[in-house]
Design a protein around this ligand. Structure first.
Ligand SMILES: [Zn+2]
Ligand SMILES: [Zn+2]
Length: 245
């Protein structure tokens, strides 16, 4: 029986590579994958670039983290920053498929889902959802599941977390305000409270800027009874740059 490729999509049709312009190829051509998605060592706590794999970076000492682990596939920089802008602000939702491929590119990455009980996308406020018309982190969660081996597909809950209040977008605020932005506050959705007790939850998002949003979400899930909380994002803003979306 032929193996069905769940990752096949409109992106398997020939088109122009979004990075180098080569034609005809997939949305990102093979040489550009190698250039744009290098497998580099990252801090296991905050996912920033590190010199040595598996060692926490200096920014993570001695701070306690509400997250058991954080993974990022790439730095938030060219070409991903531009592709992410198309994904989030221009309605090009199908980029979720390519982003999921990037997240699953490192060998063994799919095994990160093996002991996860629930996948939960980072929440967005109702006002932002109404403005944008779709929830990018949820689209990324779905694409990640579709591209993962069937044996490693935990259930996912779109509204597992609820954003409290509404604030200016993070990328429009200075760094100091981002860290205390009231829009970061969120709680576990009461409808799903029974699911979090003793569970290992994986938060999914497209970009991690300072880590404050992920920390707030992880604290909310722990307060709701989760035993472990990890996070997996496509891109991590390099700590020195902090030039987010
Ligand atoms: Zn290319
Ligand atoms: Zn770190």
């Amino acid at each position: 029986m032929p193996k069905h490729d769940d990752t096949a999509s409109i992106f398997s049709l020939p088109s122009v590579c979004a990075i180098c312009g080569r034609w005809p190829t997939a949305a990102v051509c093979a040489p550009c994958w190698a250039f744009a998605c290098p497998d580099l060592p990252r801090c296991p706590s905050c996912a920033s670039r590190a010199w040595v794999s598996g060692h926490r970076c200096i920014d993570c000492w001695p701070e306690d983290s509400a997250l058991d682990a954080t993974w990022a596939a790439v730095d938030y920089a060219y070409p991903w920053s531009g592709l992410m802008a198309r994904f989030k602000f221009r309605g090009e939702a199908a980029w979720a498929t390519v982003f999921a491929q990037a997240m699953l590119r490192p060998e063994g990455a799919a095994h990160r889902l093996a002991d996860i009980d629930w996948l939960v996308p980072m929440p967005m406020s109702e006002q932002r959802l109404a403005q944008r018309g779709y929830h990018p982190a949820w689209l990324l969660t779905q694409a990640l599941l579709q591209a993962s081996p069937r044996a490693h597909r935990p259930p996912a809950v779109a509204n597992g977390l609820v954003r409290l209040g509404h604030s200016e977008p993070q990328h429009e605020l200075p760094r100091a305000q981002r860290l205390t932005n009231p829009g970061l506050a969120c709680v576990g959705h009461p409808l799903h409270a029974h699911r979090w007790l003793g569970a290992h939850i994986m938060l999914i998002d497209d970009v991690c800027t300072t880590g404050a949003s992920l920390q707030a979400a992880a604290r909310a899930l722990r307060q709701a009874g989760a035993a472990r909380v990890s996070a997996w994002v496509l891109a991590r803003t390099p700590p020195q740059a902090h030039t987010p979306l």
